[in-house]
Design a protein around this ligand. Sequence first.
Ligand code: ADP
Ligand code: ADP
Ligand code: MG
Length: 677
Amino acid sequence: MFNKILIANRGEIACRVAATARRMAIKTVAVYSEADASARHVSLCDEAVPIGASAPKDSYLRWERIIEAAKATGAQAIHPGYGFLSENDEFAQACADAGLVFIGPPPSAIRAMGLKAESKQLMGKAGVPLVPGYHGADQDPALLQREADAIGYPVLIKASAGGGGKGMRVVDKAKAFAAALASCQREASSSFGIDAVLIEKYVQRPRHIEIQVFGDTQGNYVYLFERDCSVQRRHQKVLEEAPAPGMTPGMRQQMGEAAVAAARAVNYVGAGTVEFIVEQKPDGSMTFFFMEMNTRLQVEHPVTEAITGLDLVEWQLRVASGEPLPLRQEDLRIHGHAIEARICAENPDNNFLPATGTLHVYDLPAYVSFERGNRGGADTLVRVDSGVREGDVISPFYDPMVAKLIVHGDTREQALARMDEALSQTHIVGLNTNVQFLRYVVGTASFAQANLDTGLIPREEARLFKQEKVGLPLAAAAAIARTLVEEKALEVDAANGAWIDPWARRDGWRAHGLATRRFEFEFHGEAVTAMLTRLHDGALQLQVGSAAGPLTFVPVADGIGVDFAGQRQTVKVWLNQAVAHVFCALGATQIVVIDALAHASVGQADAGRLTAPMPGKVVSFAVKPGDKISKGQALAVMEAMKMEHTIAAPADGTVEELLYAPGDQVTEGAELLRIKA
Ligand code: ADP
Ligand code: ADP
Ligand code: MG
């Protein structure tokens, strides 16, 4: 076994690899960019080496520097994590050339699986079922059109070099093919440097089911069962679970054996995932087709760890150091059910626009963290794999995924309930995240009943976006309760234990012996006034919006117990600048607390200016000067945090001027174009 490894990655995967290495008494070397100088992964490793500026191309993708760092620190092997260099065959080769072990498959296997079209040809020969389609080298548009016509619409055009859900176009009819092909090729060459495409039948309401495989250097292979990753947005995974609901032992074995055949065909070594697209027939039967092989550990590997009780990174390290696979196929068992949710810094209500900022509050559920030596498995109820800590900054340079919650239960129902609870206990303040969105997804009938397919999110749209579960009365009551609790604490403190009635000091007025205090809020853009009255007996009466009635609250261990207008909830409230972030079992919401003295206007859109919501690259403009535009219309596309985002018009108007050109790098808040009302 190795004494020391270098982790050529960042974020949660780097932290997670460091945890296993520590448990195995292997020393770790972190590498880090400027933006990550004080990142969590750096603090978890024994040594750390700076490798350059913040942009990935200047640090995490600079493999000469990474190899130098490994040699300088005496590391024997490099774990690439996922993303970055993990599927780069040249890097794997360079490691070998430098006398370092690349913890992953041989370069030849990465290469063979690197291009979707070539790998499909290879898989076809190995007898692995393929989606009907064209995977040839001839890219003549007329030929591609004939192939698409022969497959029958709808078809999917895929960039052969694509990944991360990018470079795909669904085409419904022959007439639309040529334009879709051209646009797919454009995206493919700009994103992946290769414009070759393949065409396949577009499977309707498919499921994404993948098989975890493992091989060793002695030619042994096993499959560690399946993961269902059908819940996707933009062809990217949102929730993953294992085992796949509805999977029969027979189909599991067939898929497992097909995946092992795929791995064997390329002399695979280490952890890999064979992804299948599964067609669901009206009679409930399922047919699976090979989609691609990811030649690395996958983001969703913890659900497999949870149901098998194994540590896949430990397996990777053992196999890479030349040991045989720790278990044989017949030794492997599935225990219970596991679900993973990817927590991303993004705004689901704004087309999943990535968010950047400081994690002022980062309060995760009571959990057994992987770092504390828990290896997953049936005894772990909630596992958190996180790349960040409270106070950390989410920068625009990297992936928006900041953490993963993984829950385990004896049954899917139990796992589902635990996931809902874990998400309700995940309180993040400082930037937008998808935590509430994930809760809504978990709560849909489709997900609860395991009615899974890749169209789940669009199908459940009405229940997933722009939701308000807490509501104004409770939100206002919570914010008021927090203020009063805080004031009381302050007063007691200031007066050395002697209680001064804060009521008297504030802008309350007294009439007929009653004191009424006024609170101003903004809730979903609407100004709201709340009136709080203290009755003779000291009881509080609150009136806000159309709700009125007694308000009681009591500080409890993990928040404030609030009772108002028929709702009784334990709330946690954090004030971040003027915004009160309210969390309770029902969900989370935000209410702006307007300080009567400050007259601050919060959330006012700057009319006439359209600014970049985050730092990134301008991909294209959909309008030109002089164009009349209407509210909500797509104006420009930006790329940041590995995704493309459409910037929409905030109001009707006319485009006056474009201030950048496609390809330009812009900072957050940069004015992109000028609009005349
Ligand atoms: P997967 O099926 O594993 O999501 P993708 O092809 O979508 O595979 O891409 C690889 C994954 O690696 C993405 O989910 C991306 O978000 C993730 N990723 C890349 N780099 C990092 C990183 N440093 N930290 C966390 N996640 C990362
Ligand atoms: P990537 O490299 O971007 O992960 P994949 O080939 O794995 O690309 O496909 C990503 C997703 O696109 C799948 O999980 C699935 O949702 C969808 N998809 C891929 N191929 C098909 C197909 N033939 N029919 C329908 N959906 C597909
Ligand atoms: Mg894929």
